[in-house]
Design a protein around this ligand. Sequence first.
Ligand code: C5P
Length: 228
Amino acid sequence: MTIAKSVDKLITVDGPSGVGKGTICLLLSHQLGWPVLDSGALYRLTACAAMNDGISEHDHEALEKIAIALDVRFESGADGLRYFLRNEDVSEKIREEATGNMASKVAAVEGVRAALLEKQRSLANEAGLIADGRDMGTVVFPNAPLKIYLTASAEERAERRFKQLKDKGIDVNIRDLVADLTARDERDSNRKVAPLKPAEDAVVIDTTELSVAEVEAKVLQLAQQCFS
Ligand code: C5P
């Protein structure tokens, strides 16, 4: 087993789907000048490759092979990072609900997680890193100096996602969103490998009643205390 690298400038941000980890990580990234590791994107890219190849969620061996050989590339574009899978731009496709659902199934496969572990650890270096995911503080970077766990009620998270999708002109039913988020939370929290849970030394922030600015202020204060 590889021992996790000890890196000084590292913040892990974990929590359930739709809690706003991506937004907070981007804000932190702008403030600190450290890049973001979007680990969920790696699971989404694996899911996308599996869907392209017609691989079933039950074929764990084939899924592991896909993760080991994952041919991905990232490029910064005007509207953020673009994701390429086997040279095809899949930046929009990986954000679709169907890909997210497949990602949470693929993410429960032990061999897939093992294959993606080293890819994630290799991104930590002296330039700093903000790692966004479900097991960043518990498994991938257990030595991180600052671990944050964001949480919020399923209803509040569905409401936020609903607004986001509505702004993009996508019509969805809020009850479907709550059901979808709850199913994903259950899969992520109850799987055998790297289940979603706060690290023992994580700072847990319940964002249900907080604005983005309030969460950002709390997180920045923690970062200042930890790194200055
Ligand atoms: O965060 P995002 O919604 O993009 O992640 C997609 C899926 O990948 C999640 O539902 C979760 O099942 C899985 N995931 C994971 N571990 C991570 C990041 C994401 O299991 N570190």
